[in-house]
Design a protein around this ligand. Structure first.
Ligand code: FES
Length: 162
C-alpha cells in the first residue's frame, strides 16, 4: 500500500487523477474509483476526495456523502490489522455487541480508532453475507465465525507477532 504524506504530493495527485481517468466517468463509477483509490492508499482523506471531485467534475459534498455512507470507506489511516465486527441483525442478535465490547476493552479503542502502536483498528460492519456464522468478525481478509466474547483474546493472539 502506498503511503500518503500529510499534504498530497503532485505524484499522488496524478495517481488519483489516473485512477479516475481509467473509468468511464459518464457511467457513474464513483464507488469503483473510491474502491481503487482506497486500495492504493488505505483511506480517503479530504484532500483525496477533493481531487476525485475535481477530476469527475462533481461536488466534494457528493464524494464525501458516498465515503461516509458506506462503512467500508474510511477517512483515517487504519492499523496494520483491521478488525471489522459485523453488527448486522443476525450478528447483533447473536451477541455481536458483546464481542465488540471485548475488542474495545482489550485494545482500549473505540470503533473508527487505531491503537497508539498502529497495530489494530476496529470498526462496525453491516452484514458480511455470512449470517449463518453469526456473530462474524473479519480481521483483514480472514473471517471468524460464531465468535464469543471470550474468544476475542485468542483472535488477537493470532496477530501478536504480525
Ligand atoms: S448480519 Fe452479520 S453476517 Fe449477516
Amino acid at each position: 500500500m502506498t503511503s500518503l504524506a500529510a499534504k498530497l504530493s503532485p505524484h499522488a495527485t496524478l495517481e488519483i487523477r489516473n485512477i479516475c481517468r481509467s473509468f468511464d466517468s459518464s457511467k457513474g463509477e464513483l464507488i469503483s474509483i473510491l474502491h481503487k483509490t482506497q486500495d492504493l492508499y488505505g483511506y480517503l482523506p479530504p484532500d483525496v476526495q477533493k481531487v476525485i471531485a475535481d477530476e469527475l467534475d462533481i461536488s466534494v459534498s457528493t464524494v464525501y456523502g458516498v465515503v461516509t455512507f458506506y462503512s467500508l470507506f474510511v477517512m483515517e489511516p487504519r492499523g496494520r490489522h483491521h478488525i471489522s465486527v459485523c453488527t448486522g441483525t443476525a450478528c447483533f442478535v447473536k451477541g455481536a455487541m458483546d464481542v465488540m465490547d471485548e475488542f474495545k476493552l482489550l485494545l482500549g479503542i473505540e470503533p473508527g480508532e487505531t491503537t497508539p502502536d498502529g497495530k489494530f483498528s476496529i470498526s462496525n460492519l453491516r452484514c458480511l453475507g455470512a449470517c449463518g456464522l453469526a456473530p462474524v468478525v473479519m480481521v483483514d481478509k480472514k473471517i471468524y465465525g460464531r465468535v464469543s466474547h471470550d474468544e476475542v483474546i485468542k483472535i488477537l493472539d493470532d496477530y501478536k507477532d504480525a
